[in-house]
Design a protein around this ligand. Structure first.
Ligand code: ZN
Length: 108
């Protein structure tokens, strides 16, 4: 089983670098780079690209399709409690600190 993919950057093969040159004299090409996939548990969105630049090119070209997978049509909210606590700084000065704690709505 092969554990590599071709870089998904849409213009990876247009980058003028020596490691992309393939072919014999007279019919040379710049070829998309191969990327070795990590173990499945370590695969993330960067695993399919040879560089952050190629990832950015892909994301910018396909952002509408990617967003369409899980569109955010309304804001999400996290229930919280906000409290003020007196705290002591490293030099001994007293200050008030705003503490935000999330509220467990799952019967906790
Ligand atoms: Zn690439």
């Amino acid at each position: 089983m092969s554990n590599f993919v071709w870089c998904h950057g849409p213009i990876c093969h247009k980058s003028h670098t020596q490691d992309r040159i393939r072919g014999v004299k007279g019919s040379k090409v710049l070829r998309t780079k191969k990327v070795t996939l990590p173990r499945p548990e370590y695969i993330n969105m960067y695993s399919y690209f040879c560089s952050q630049g190629c990832y950015n090119d892909f994301a910018n070209k396909h952002v509408r399709e990617v967003i369409a997978i899980a569109p955010r049509t309304e804001a999400l909210e996290t229930p919280i409690n906000v409290t003020k606590e007196q705290s002591t700084g490293w030099s001994g000065h007293i200050y008030m600190q705003t503490k935000i704690t999330t509220v467990d709505n799952n019967g906790g």
